[in-house]
Ligand binder design. Structure first.
Ligand code: ATP
Length: 369
């Protein structure tokens, strides 16, 4: 029985990135032997074993054959004599298909280390085409590693285009697509994920509404804008959807089976865009009405930068004119009902006092810009 560190941990170690999860592959063992050594079995379809002390995952070396269309048409099997190379061969990208033995030897049958050096995301073999999810995974690794200089290799891009043309991507279920989109929204350069999907033609299946150059550029701009200030998935998804019409955003979010909070914010965002556009000149009253309509007072904890999200999908020039909106919004949100209650305001008068104070702060904030 031999044990190897595989996949992401080996890749990240070579890249000098922190290693999050360590996955292991075991050759020369049966499930019974693993249980005898104290490992705990998890997963019914294909057994993975948890180490009794470290709780890290150990999988028996496996190989797989594809029998139908889409990512579910596989049969996976393992046996003590499945060699490590067979296990690595069924992986997506060469940088993910390396292993390290317990004594530190790198096992790299597909040139992963070379591709790390030349910053290439390259498929392991033509078997890449058997699982359309790999297109989304490749786009996601591009989004993660683009700041380190990585790009999708030309031959991999050609293969991905071919897969899209063959209609393989149509078989992906929305849950898997959403899972990858959701992860991509949290990578270093989410815009790159959608650029790769556009370049290979997959975006036309996944979010066709972003096919137009202008809408696409607005979505990428919006994603960049929210990146540093908005860590929540709903705000990032709303930024992505913000160039769409409210109807398109609602239909797309629902077809993607996005969670309710993402669907809600995307709907709200797109329905308020015309009002945001109208606000490139200073109008404290209109801003306050908009804030009321967006109900930012209740959403403040989760979506405090909503207007920024909305505003930054606009072309640069308009966006600059809207620079006052975000600080004005923050100033208005800072009004505390309890401070005004301490001054004796109650009931209807309290509501009016809050309104006055918010307007006052918005105006002051504009003057100090
Ligand atoms: P992350 O840092 O995102 O966790 P990871 O490489 O560990 O990256 P996982 O999704 O945990 O990603 O997958 C573990 C390994 O399994 C990958 O490195 C890759 O080798 C392989 N893998 C996962 N999904 C696929 C797939 N659909 N097709 C081929 N190989 C895959």
């Amino acid at each position: 029985m031999k044990t190897y560190l595989v996949g992401g941990a080996v890749r990240d170690e070579l890249l000098g990135l922190p290693v999050k999860d360590r996955d292991w592959v075991v050759t020369g063992a049966t499930p019974e032997e693993m249980l005898l050594r104290g490992f705990k079995q998890v997963g019914a379809d294909f057994p993975v074993f948890l180490h009794p002390d470290t709780r890290e995952e150990y999988a028996l070396a496996r190989t797989e054959r594809k029998q139908g269309r889409g990512y579910h048409g596989f049969t996976v099997y393992s046996a003590p004599d499945v060699p490590l190379e067979e296990d690595l061969k069924r992986r997506d990208l060469t940088i993910n298909a390396m292993a390290k033995s317990v004594d530190g030897e790198l096992i790299d049958p597909f040139g992963g280390r070379k591709d790390i050096q030349s910053r290439r995301l390259h498929h392991v073999s033509e078997a890449f085409a058997e699982d359309p999810l790999r297109i989304l995974r490749t786009a996601r690794f591009a989004a993660r590693l683009q700041p380190m200089g990585f790009a999708v290799a030309e031959s991999t891009m050609t293969l991905m285009k071919q897969m899209v043309d063959d209609g393989e991507i149509d078989d992906l279920v929305p849950e898997r697509v959403w899972q990858e989109i959701q992860r991509a929204l949290h990578e270093n350069e989410p815009g790159t994920f959608f650029e790769v999907l556009r370049d290979c033609g997959a975006l036309a299946n996944i979010i066709p509404e972003l096919g137009e150059d202008e809408a696409f550029a607005a979505a990428v701009r919006a994603l960049r804008c929210v990146h540093d200030s908005h860590g929540e998935t709903p705000a990032r998804f709303a930024a992505l959807m913000s160039p769409l019409s409210p109807t398109d955003a609602r239909n797309r979010a629902s077809r993607l089976k996005a969670p309710n909070d993402c669907q809600d914010l995307a709907r709200l965002t797109t329905s308020l865009m015309p009002q945001i556009r109208a606000m490139s000149s200073f109008q404290p009253d209109a801003l306050l009405r908009l804030l009321d309509e967006a109900d930012v007072w209740r959403r403040v904890d989760r979506f405090s930068g909503l207007l920024l999200t909305l505003g930054c999908a606009l072309p640069d020039t308009e966006h600059e004119k809207l620079g006052w909106l975000e600080s004005a919004q923050r100033a208005a949100i800072g009004v505390e009902a309890k401070e005004l209650m301490a001054q004796g305001f109650r009931g209807k008068e309290l509501g009016q006092a809050i309104h006055r104070e918010r307007l006052q702060r918005i105006s002051t904030c504009h003057k100090t810009q």
